[in-house]
Ligand binder design. Sequence first.
Ligand code: BGC
Length: 738
Amino acid sequence: MKKQILCATTACALSLLVACAPQTEQPKESQLLKYEDKITEIISQMTLEEKVNMLHGKNMFSSAGVERLGIPDIEYADGPFGIREEMEPHSWNSLGLANDSATFFPTGSALAATWSEEMAYEYGKGMAKEARLRGKDMILGPAINIQRIPTGGRTYEYLSEDPQLSAALSVKYTQGVQDNGVAVCLKHYALNNQENDRGSIDVKVSERAMHELYLPPFEAAVREADAYGVMAAYNKVEGYWCSENDLLLNKILRDMWGFHGIVISDWGGVHSTVGAAMNGLDVEMPGNQYMGEALLDSVKAGVVPESVIDSKVRNLLRVRLAIQPIPKEEANKVMTAQPEQRDIAYRVASKSIVLLKNEGELLPILPGKYKKIAVIGDNAIREQAQGGVGAGVKALNEITPLEGIQSKLQGVEIKWAQGYRNFTREDRYKRISPYQEADKKLMAEAVQLAKESDLVIFIAGNNREVETEGSDRVSITLPMGQDELAKALAEANPNLVTVLVSGAPTDLRVVKEVSPAILVSWFNGSEGGNALADVLSGTISPSGKLPFTYPVKLEDNQAYSLNVYPQITEEEREDIFVNLVNRKDARERKSPTAEYSEGIFVGYRWFENKQIPVAYPFGHGLSYTTFEYADLQLTPVTEGFEVSLQISNTGQFDAEEVVQLYIGRPDSKVERPMKELKAFQRVALKAGESKTVRILVPKDRLRHWDETTHGWAIEAGKADVYVGSSSQDIRLNGSIEI
Ligand code: BGC
């Protein structure tokens, strides 16, 4: 390991930075501000009724323009991982169109596992291209809340437990979408980190944790990528609903970050007329309970000034004028899913698969290595584009793991057995638990097949009914008796490769013990099966890295350990959601507090500081090759400091590696995590190749939120720089004086 202490000039250069540390950096001029005069002119011609008519849903996924003045409606589309099919105007029922099948992109945590800004941009571009074919103006995504608990129902939709990784990818996703003519809607702003009781909880969070952990993805996408839309979350933050939260919507989003776009509510997430109107909400979706007649009356009664309405209309018109409308007759003319997007989905999937372990070089499956392969598991044949209660994609097609393996490994005898029962939507409705014993008959069949084979590929994990919007998992144990099955398979045949199809962490205590090779292959989109087969066969060396920690057990997670999650018992929830399902007032009365008592210690920040062992650390992911890191250099530059190093591929496979850069502040006067991710870079290296990697760490990445001044600060002193292949596989370190 090479250590480099910067010289006095360096220290001096960086202390100048400290003096200039911006409290709030000036945002770049927004594209949305190009039409202000025209907008003033349009507003002057509008009646109050026409204005208010723009401020709520017209249909399930549109809000009104002004026909008389030639202003088209705004058309919205879920997002975030594929353009949702067309719905009936006022229901969640599909219209059943013939050509609205879209590309299913790998879900959020899969995208994040690529640790690739380039892929995030391509992903956004692909989403925008398909949105345009459908006449959509705004995509309801990306979904960028921090993954605070492994059980979170939407962990698979979100990106990461880390704010820097989430922020970097959010910026590129946003640019990819907006450079291609569609607006994003960042969701769910803010602190929607659990699905249980999301419509009633009140989140209590420290100012520092809010600014350092939960807001950065939103802030970066607004400031650096000029995001045009934001969706207010269902929950409360510090006593106020997110859809009427002056702190979040006015003070932070608009005043501090310089946001000029529209704030729309999450579907059904509005709770009052005056509160929402006065505290930053522009559009109520999808109905008009609060921002229709009631809003009109409030203006007429002088409670809500017309100037407030005008500024909301201005926000809407900015977006409307910035996005080229598509005439209705031009939308939906061709199939939504197009080959270019399928290619993007493939590339993302192929870079997202994480090799957790590979003992005895069981993988890759090189030609001639195995003659008979058993593929076990219901997930091997299961499509994952739809499910749960939320956003799903009517995918044009989806390659399952079994299909991918069969088409790749020609000449090998491949047999499939179901192994475990599928957990279905019906099971969920009947309140049957996914955590049950193995089906003995299916298990026996699978064991028999395993005995007759040279290699067993166990396609395990969750599915889109286990991980779902609207509720969190009660456990991270593998469902449907998969642990029991894994043990039996390993006894029958020790050559066991386990593939985890899931978007969130699972408890691997059993699988890790019995399976020499483990991969995470996510809910990986239309091309998921092909990408998996290419990684299994060694056509591609795995290069995904975990965007979250795999804890040893659920109780180790910070919120469970501090006993601040779950906030109410399953029985109480049963009472609220089953008996009072349609009584919103009753739900709201039962408004539990979600205390974020761990502060800034979320994910690896928690595990490292508390020295709690993990199953697999944040940033972990193996390759079929080996990489050597050398020659760390730290150089101050005007924007911050530059890190350079040599990286060599010392193995036999062409491969990609994600170089990760963490910073620790050992002598800090404020409480700090041991280290925090500050930058990363994906590098492609042929076998035997070396490259110099240069990474710029901008000065504002060194900032922390000072709760005494209520602003950002950069602390002087020593900063340790760690460069490595995961948060716990540090290959080089050095330090700088700040
Ligand atoms: C979800 C949003 C989604 C909206 C429209 C809500 O239930 O929370 O993410 O965009 O529905 O489908």
